[in-house]
Design a protein around this ligand. Structure first.
Ligand code: SF4
Length: 225
């Protein structure tokens, strides 16, 4: 059994099957994920709610004065970039599809849908993968800051591989049917135990399969094969 699968199974034993919020419609997920870049969930949600209160439809967001959109999403940070990225994506989707909807992507292969979403400025592998996995039910493995950090410590990816490249690499390590649970459980581990500044290795369920732990605290690490 490969190490990624062992990690997934150990986290299922430790945390159980993760339960996430109800899926958002794909356009909502796209906008929410653009807002989430370089900020936390609380600020993302505040900005998303403020945007929806100010402009109840996505058509209104698309057609709004850019300064008003920027003002509405200020709490998410980088509003001067995120506002234009959101409006640009909404405009392009309308232009290409004649309407503001992304449900047609359900009929595409995962790769085609991924590439279609990646055409928009401000939409990178993480944002595209989140929309695919969580709004369209397609197998994708989004790599956020927690996943990137922890897979590096565990030794599931080369240390210098950047986050964009880590998407394809990690998607190959985990089985597709584990993407959803592994993504959510690794993020939970990152918030509760394998924190950025000080990982709490002494209480971590992944100790025995972790390269960082083996290097710093123990000579014992489980077989890589
Ligand atoms: S053993 Fe330590 S470094 Fe490794 S995953 Fe757990 S908390 Fe992170």
């Amino acid at each position: 059994m490969n190490r990624a699968l062992k990690v997934h199974q150990r986290l299922i034993e430790h945390y159980g099957e993760p339960i996430w919020r109800d899926p958002l419609p794909p356009i909502d997920e796209l906008v929410s994920t653009i807002l989430s870049q370089n900020t936390n969930d609380t600020n993302r949600d505040k900005a998303f709610i403020a945007l929806r209160e100010r402009f109840p439809t996505w058509e209104q967001v698309r057609d709004a004065d850019s300064d008003e959109v920027i003002e509405a999403i200020r709490t998410a940070g980088l509003a001067n970039q995120k506002g234009p990225h959101i409006q640009n994506a909404l405009n392009k989707i309308t232009e290409l599809r004649g309407a503001l909807e992304l449900d047609f992507l359900r009929e595409y292969s995962t790769e085609e849908a991924f590439n279609w979403l990646m055409q928009f400025k401000g939409v990178g592998p993480k944002t595209a993968s989140i929309v695919l996995q969580f709004a369209l039910g397609k197998p994708a493995f989004p790599v956020d800051t927690h996943i990137y950090r922890i897979t590096g410590r565990l030794g599931l990816r080369p240390p210098k591989m950047n986050a964009d490249k880590a998407h394809a690499h990690l998607a190959e390590q985990f089985p597709e049917d584990a993407y959803y649970a592994a993504h959510l459980n690794i993020i939970r581990l990152g918030r509760e135990i394998c924190k950025a500044r000080k990982p709490q290795c002494e209480v971590c369920p992944l100790q025995k399969m972790c390269a960082y732990y083996a290097e710093n605290f123990s000579s014992h690490v489980e077989d890589n094969s």
